[in-house]
Design a protein around this ligand. Structure first.
Ligand code: UDP
Length: 381
């Protein structure tokens, strides 16, 4: 079959390769001049440092198959993300761990003491947290919430934490030990040559034709047997029901000599600091040596029509517009919506790859059974 993949990010690359291996003829288009989507990496011409052009991406997963998959296309270096946050005039470890708790409250508690202490801080009247703020108050109490989550979240999402789903905070654990690794997955690492080199290799197959700087054209798409769409779900329908909310990011690059901040990611919890975090990219490649350093100050704001969408907001009120787009998508034929933007979900890279592999496998099965491919393999709701 002749298949069109819109978007040369992780979803497009992985689905493309799997379908190429099934013997299909694949065309991958992308409006930008590089593959890799928002995982794109490139060396800063000023310093030679490998930069995560669209913000920090750390690969972490518990999925052995996904880990083996990425290792088939890139040499991974072990990497532990040790995030710090500057808040209320001090620097703390994130996610909240025993060190953070002891430092913040000026105590020397052991794990069980800290558990009891934090349980007393937490708001036990909240049984089923309905939003981000309730989730935080329920698990860490008001003081830690205000220092580490409230300001950062207002800056990151541009709305009250009460309007956000609890699931966003569930990404961050609270630890009653001194473990300061941001993630707790079995496998964690960085591709030595960057994500773009890895994704270029995934796409390197004789059945795959990659066309960059190429915008989607419905007339061209109609010539294909099936389309996989990894662009914004609402964008496929020309936003005819209105726009789903996304946050976009602005990066203010600066270079310096030596080591600017001593770690890869420094968050800023205070609302009055206008940026959410500073990423110092050379700390993502500690096996390399660079005299100078490249940093990004990261600012978040509502995505306008011309901006690159990064984070689906999924406000509680937005659910009904999303349902309407899902209904439209389910009524469309010959197209499947994939990835972070296509399914309007906050997906990590490993989940994106897992779903892409499953999507391609399902396509093979449906074809064998002469059954139609669904609009979504994973429901956006
Ligand atoms: N968060 C926060 N303070 C921090 C870091 C994260 O309040 O210092 C909240 C914020 O709402 C953020 C969410 O936790 O959107 C998830 O954080 P994560 O680090 O997973 O975000 P990402 O790196 O994907 O932007």
């Amino acid at each position: 079959m002749d298949i069109l993949l819109v978007g040369a990010g992780l979803s497009g690359a992985v689905i493309g390769r799997s379908l190429a291996l099934q013997g299909h003829k694949i065309t991958v288009i992308d409006g930008r001049d590089h593959v890799g989507g928002n995982c794109h990496t490139a060396r800063d011409p000023d310093t030679g440092v490998m930069v995560h052009i669209y913000g920090p991406h750390i690969f972490h997963t518990d999925d052995d198959e996904v880990w083996d998959y990425v290792n088939g296309f890139a040499k991974f270096q072990s990497f532990k993300n040790r995030v710090k946050t500057t808040a209320q005039g001090a620097v703390y470890a994130l996610p909240i761990n025993l060190h953070t708790i002891n430092q913040f409250f000026g105590k020397t508690m052991r794990p069980t003491e800290a558990q009891t202490f934090l349980a007393a801080q937490a708001d036990a009247t909240i049984v089923e947290p309905q939003n981000f703020e309730e989730q935080a108050l329920r698990f860490v109490g008001r003081d830690l919430y205000e220092a580490f989550f409230e300001g950062y979240t207002i800056k990151q999402w541009g709305c009250s934490p009460r309007a956000l789903p609890a699931s966003i905070l569930k990404r961050l654990p609270v630890r009653f030990n001194y473990e300061d690794n941001y993630f707790f997955h079995k496998h964690q690492g960085m591709p030595r040559e960057g994500y773009t080199a890895m994704i270029t290799r995934i796409l390197d197959h004789e059945n795959i034709d990659v066309q960059l700087n190429t915008l989607f054209d419905a007339k061209v798409a109609a010539r294909f047997d099936h389309v996989f769409w990894s662009g914004p779900l609402d964008g496929y329908f020309d936003y005819k029901l209105g726009r789903l909310g996304y946050r976009t990011l602005d990066f203010e690059k600066f270079t310096a000599q030596g080591d600017y901040q001593g770690c890869a990611v420094m968050n800023y919890g205070d609302e009055k600091v206008p940026y959410t975090r500073i990423t110092e990219h050379k700390h993502f490649s500690p096996w390399e040596d660079h005299e100078n350093t490249t940093c990004y100050r990261e600012f978040s704001r509502a995505a306008g029509p011309a901006d690159i969408p990064y984070y689906p907001i999924r406000l509680v009120e937005e659910k009904s517009l999303l349902s309407d787009y899902i209904a439209l998508a389910e009524g469309a034929t010959g197209v499947t919506f994939v990835g972070r933007l296509g399914t309007y979900r906050y997906l990590d890279m490993d989940v994106t790859i897992r779903e892409a592999l499953d999507t391609a496998a399902l396509f093979g099965k449906k074809l064998a059974a002469s059954a139609p491919m669904p609009a979504f393999v994973k429901s956006p709701l």
